[in-house]
Design a binder for this molecule. Structure first.
Ligand code: HEC
Length: 189
């Protein structure tokens, strides 16, 4: 037989079943392999069909979870008081003052007249001045820079801070944030 590998005959060669003591047989593929192979094919196909067809996708699982949580939070929101329980309650107002002076005054000034945030002592309320609207403004925040405080303060402290805001001396004219607010002229202009 030629020793040139290019001349090497294809296996299996009936007349040369053995080389260097190593034989090669053309056995049929074992049943266990075929069962596993085709089984996986079928499984894969069913899996894809089920994944696409049943709505069992990451996006729809996520959407379902969001819906569940929304329902849960809606129930919690429903159960919250709609009115400030602390109107005129001196002890609560004192606590509210602390919250207001530490957190809110940074943007609304200690007098509530507004700086980065709008005035809280003028007649104009962008998002409403009833208890529920005020609570929502503070608890959930408002888009133009009012952060949500619900998680950090909890509803008690928010109601108390709002009870304190009510006691701040009010202004008659429109303040910071009102559409018809006229900023004071800088001195010397
Ligand atoms: C980081 C600055 C910042 C802090 C801190 C902040 N606010 Fe505000 N607040 C704003 C801004 C800005 C707006 C206006 C948001 C808008 O117009 O969408 C606003 C709006 C509001 C409104 C709605 C006013 C309206 O006209 O409807 C209320 C009420 C309010 N804040 C109360 C509070 C209270 C109470 C606190 C403290 C717990 C607080 N804010 C802390 C920046 C702040």
């Amino acid at each position: 037989m030629s020793s040139d590998p290019r001349q090497a005959p294809e296996y299996p060669i009936p007349e040369a079943p053995e080389r260097d003591g190593i034989g090669e047989d053309d056995n049929p593929i074992p049943l266990w392999f075929n069962v596993g192979f085709w089984g996986l094919m079928v499984f894969g196909l069913l899996y894809i069909l089920y994944y696409v067809g049943s709505g069992w996708t990451a996006a729809s699982v996520y959407a379902a979870e969001v819906e569940q949580l929304e329902a849960r939070y809606a129930a919690v929101r429903e159960s919250l008081p709609k009115q400030n329980p602390y109107h005129g309650d001196q002890a609560a107002i004192a606590e509210g003052k602390q919250v207001f002076d530490t957190i809110c005054s940074v943007c609304h000034l200690p007098t509530g007249q507004g700086l980065v945030g709008p005035s809280l002592v003028d007649p104009y309320w962008k998002y409403g001045s009833d208890d529920e609207s005020l609570f929502t403004s503070v608890s959930e925040g408002r888009p133009l820079g009012m952060p949500p405080w619900g998680a950090q303060l909890g509803s008690e402290k928010i109601w108390k801070a709002l009870a304190y805001v009510e006691t701040l001396p009010k202004k008659q004219e429109s303040g910071v944030g009102a559409p018809d607010y006229v900023p004071p002229k800088p001195p010397g202009s």
